[in-house]
Write a protein that binds this ligand. Structure first.
Ligand code: SF4
Ligand code: SF4
Length: 535
């Protein structure tokens, strides 16, 4: 395996807070090449890395700079990763090490601590890049069709735009919204254009009863007065993010976040107002109180633009982060089938468990539930997570050390958001907090917690989605149950279970992240013993 490790100074912000050379030293003996750039998004960086891939035969890359969440959301980051992938590196082996938000910006006054943490985070990312399963991407020709759920005014504007751009649309409403819009005076022209267009399918009194697929290739089953009909579309636009039944039905099949009111929301309402965790599912930006017609048009345009940017390619490549089954271990007990909330596991005629990759969202619940260890998740493999715990345990901190298991849907983005909190307050949390990203709380094997205490951590903090917010429906509750059961085991080993804390959090709650982490340190600091072994 030839590894390339690249560090971004992020315009000087990383270098101001930590020693980049020292942080890179940790992988000097592992990497075929290491390089430092001023900023990954400067012109020519993608070409330079692509040239290294060709010259050194690189097949695994670490990008140490921004957060993984940033690389997923930013178009500039998408271009960079596309360029590296085009040079021949499987995207499952291009891994981010977040040394900006969670090291440099989180610990501005602690250069030695931030450097040691960055060094460990780069080593952990290198391990994941090298052990990432190079599954071939699935090439899809995106369908030029969009399912729009909810016949709001914005939905008609979006439908009109899409039809004008040559897309076909299916516009579905739960009641008689499509018919009513045709009679309404205020949007008569737009509604008439949509309702009379030959490429528009209109379905009133609809329910979404099934769905699967991914960007460019979704299958949705609607039930209406006419019976059940299956539609194949390239993208989905939830035009009524405030409609509880649409939100509930959509979340049973696709990963859509909700806010405290239960309304569907985007990944980042400020910068990416329509995009959700699922690449091809958009939500209409929420209407503000007293919204004018121009606001509705702007919201519809934002959603259409986001969708068209995704669908207007000849092909898109889907690199799965789904569950996989080791048939040499599987005993066909069907525990995974009962565990999966998305109906993605089934027992085949061969008696073994199989994964429906169109339905699997990669939450990891089946991995944790399998009694014989026959499951794993591409992108978050078991062996890597164990090694990450052990690697972080090696960091010398000189103070209490806490490991965090951060759900990618809430805890990890909250830790990113905490960078802004630290900047505002001028103080943050100890650099001896070391973060392990997991795709969902449901992926957290209690073995990792036991391993952390065994390896010498003073505390373990698990950040999970608030009730009702889990992208994977019940991954947070499932984790909660298992981790709380572990408390008895901890006590039996003379480990004070006050050293283990579960925190509910939302992705934008950086202040809550900092506050709760400092509480954890205060609690641990007050414990006299209880780290296992004889007391
Ligand atoms: S839980 Fe494990 S052993 Fe049982 S069917 Fe699923 S993969 Fe096979
Ligand atoms: S990873 Fe989650 S969605 Fe996929 S098969 Fe396992 S439990 Fe089901």
């Amino acid at each position: 395996m030839a590894l390339g490790v690249y560090v971004s100074r992020c315009g000087g912000r990383v270098e101001a807070a930590l020693d980049v050379g020292d942080a890179l030293d940790g992988v000097a003996s592992l990497a075929a090449i290491t390089r430092i750039f001023d900023d990954f998004f400067d012109a020519g960086v993608g070409d330079a890395i692509a040239a290294d891939v060709a010259a050194c035969g690189l097949d695994a890359i670490v990008l140490a700079g921004h957060s993984e969440e940033h690389y997923r959301k930013s178009l500039s980051a998408n271009h960079l990763i596309d360029r590296i992938a085009a040079a021949g590196v499987n995207p499952n082996r291009i891994v981010a090490a977040n040394i900006l938000e969670q090291c440099a910006l989180a610990h501005p006054g602690d250069r030695a601590g931030a450097t040691a943490k960055a060094r460990a985070m780069i080593r952990v990312a290198a391990d994941r890049a090298e052990t990432g399963d190079a599954v071939q991407g699935e090439v899809v020709e995106p369908m030029c069709s969009v399912m729009i759920l909810g016949a709001s005014a914005e939905a008609f504007v979006a439908a009109q735009r899409l039809l004008r751009l040559g897309y076909s649309i299916v516009l579905a409403d739960r009641e008689d919204g499509c018919a009513r819009a045709g009679r309404a005076r205020d949007m008569r022209a737009t509604a008439a254009y949509v309702l009379e267009h030959s490429a528009a399918t209109i379905v009133d009194s609809a329910r979404l009863i099934d769905g699967d697929g991914f960007l460019g290739d979704y299958r949705l089953v609607l039930e209406s007065g006419a019976g059940q009909t299956t539609y194949k579309v390239g993208g989905i636009l939830l035009a009524r993010p405030d409609h509880p039944e649409w939100v509930d039905e959509l979340r049973r099949h696709f990963r859509v976040d909700v806010d405290d009111d239960g309304f569907a929301r985007s990944l980042d309402p400020a910068k990416h107002p329509a995009e959700t965790v699922d690449d091809g599912v958009m939500v209409m930006p929420l209407r503000k109180e007293g919204a004018q017609e121009s606001d509705k048009i702007a919201a519809a345009d934002a959603a259409v633009m986001a969708l068209v940017l995704k669908l207007s390619h000849d092909t898109v490549v889907r690199y799965r982060h789904t569950s996989v089954v080791d048939e040499t271990l599987c005993g066909g007990c069907a525990t995974c089938v009962r565990t999966c909330a998305f109906g993605a596991c089934y027992i085949g005629d061969d008696g073994f468990s199989h994964v429906d990759v169109r339905r699997c969202v990669g939450c990891g619940k089946c991995v944790v539930s399998c009694p014989v260890g026959a499951r794993d998740i591409l992108g978050s493999p078991h062996d890597h997570l164990l090694r990450a715990v052990r690697e972080f345990a090696q960091v010398q901190t000189g103070s209490d050390k806490v490991i965090g298991f951060l759900c990618g849907g809430c805890g990890y983005p909250a830790a990113d958001s905490a960078a802004a909190t630290v900047e505002q307050r001028g103080e943050g949390y100890p650099s001896s907090f070391l973060p392990v990203r997991i795709p969902c709380g449901g992926r957290l094997d209690t073995l990792y917690i036991l391993e952390a205490f065994k390896a010498g951590f003073d505390g373990v903090c698990v950040y999970r989605c608030r009730d009702g917010h889990c992208h994977n429906l019940v991954g947070n509750l499932d984790m909660d149950r298992r981790v709380n059961l572990l408390r008895t085991v901890l006590r039996s080993r003379n480990i004070d279970d006050a050293r283990l804390r579960i925190v509910d959090i939302s992705p934008f709650e950086g202040d809550h992240f900092v506050d709760t982490l400092n509480e954890v340190y205060a609690t641990i600091g007050g414990l006299v013993n209880g780290k296992g072994g004889a007391q």
